[in-house]
Design a protein around this ligand. Sequence first.
Ligand SMILES: Cc1ncc(COP(=O)(O)O)c(C=O)c1O
Length: 476
Amino acid sequence: MHTPPLYRQLADHYLDAIRSGTLKTGERFPSIRLMMEKHAVSLSTAVQVCRELEDCGVLEARPRSGNYIRQPEAAPKTAPTASPADLDSSVYVGIHPPVSAVFKAGQRATVKVNFASAYCAPSLYPLKILQDHMAKALRRDAHLLDAEGSTCGHLALRSVLARRALTAKAHLPAEKIVITHGATEALTLALRAVTQPGDTVAVESPTFYGLLQMLESLHLHVREVPATAQSGINLLALEQLLQSPERIHALIVMPNLQNPLGSIMPDANKARLVQLCAEHGTVLIEDDTFGDLVDTEQPLSTLKYWDRGDTVIHCASLNKTLAPGMRLGWISAGKWHERVEMLKHSQSRGCEVLSQLAVSAFMKTPSYERYLRRLRKTLTQQRQHMSTAITRYFPTGTCVSEPRGGTLLWVELPSHCSAMRLFHEGLKAGIQISPGDIFSNGQRFSHFVRMGCGAPYSPKIDEALATLGQLLKKQE
Ligand SMILES: Cc1ncc(COP(=O)(O)O)c(C=O)c1O
């Protein structure tokens, strides 16, 4: 397949954004410096992108002021909306009671140190700033609390998200984004849009237990495809599954900072994955919940970026990066957008407006990038502290993942250790962990644990890790 040069790919990317109105006439175009930083390209490539856009007549250079968007020549035709893939209905098989059992045990216990959470500590979120933006929004419009928001969400937030997606090289036009109740609702809507009860959905193995619960609640069958902490889903194994007679209706993948592995798929794998799914008629659902927590300044590319047929469904959330209490997420469902909009309306109506206005007001300011930079740095240190302590306290033979961002560590214990036993004994000592067993329907991860690093390292955390180490050594 012929791949156009990088400057041409980027120019096309921005051209799409201009034509769809994500970048509007009269707006300032990202500076050369910002393009170099965000897309990791050279000065000459960034300059070449601007030249291409000038040649297309959509960019004008204003002396000492920068580049500005001009009126595009013609709007593209929108792709026809296809009906969801033809769906057969086989028999429902229930999955995974252990997940619910682990949750119930966690809720009953008095937990003093919680390593099971994937969130950051409250002190790391910009709560005061968000409160101020909320107060401002309410002062400006006292009727915010009595007006029903639109089904797709407030345009202010959808536009900010569309604009930010550009730097992750994804083209998610604002009018094709639906604001949701976290990534949970986004993923549920995606699954409801493209599957019927009894269909089969593939997931990575291990995968976020919440997905397994979601699939069960929608009466869907699950197939697990092995994934590694180095590069995520194993494409050879996936190809084999897709070539088997069994129809795989959808695949859910976390390409960036996979939960629990922390893997980031290389770009070449992302491109190949999108192509593979398109070839086999399997709908690819991307869960990019943790992508913004990558250590580096340069945003990670999304699967949506490699999507040529508008068949990748992109789901994400602000719950880990900004404000868990606001429960804001989003979905950009490509050719299933209208069906998702209908499902969202029938399921829960539009999300509450005040939070959307407060969040979008903050995300528009340069302080948001500064806040993210600080958060990433803090998380890097917290993961480092936790990893060092785990290596010190846990039995010899323990291996700790080295994710390049996020709040999670995936820890392989010596094979004789039982993560479930550690979970129950830890709870008795007031310490909660996530046992590997809940990240799969199989038994492969019964000697793994997922450890959350969202809280600043402290003597209390250190002591809890030492206690877990002692409990494990008693299993020898
Ligand atoms: C990978 C992944 N996807 C989705 C979710 C659900 O996200 P939300 O809290 O935004 O509903 C989580 C929550 O931990 C997650 O880890």
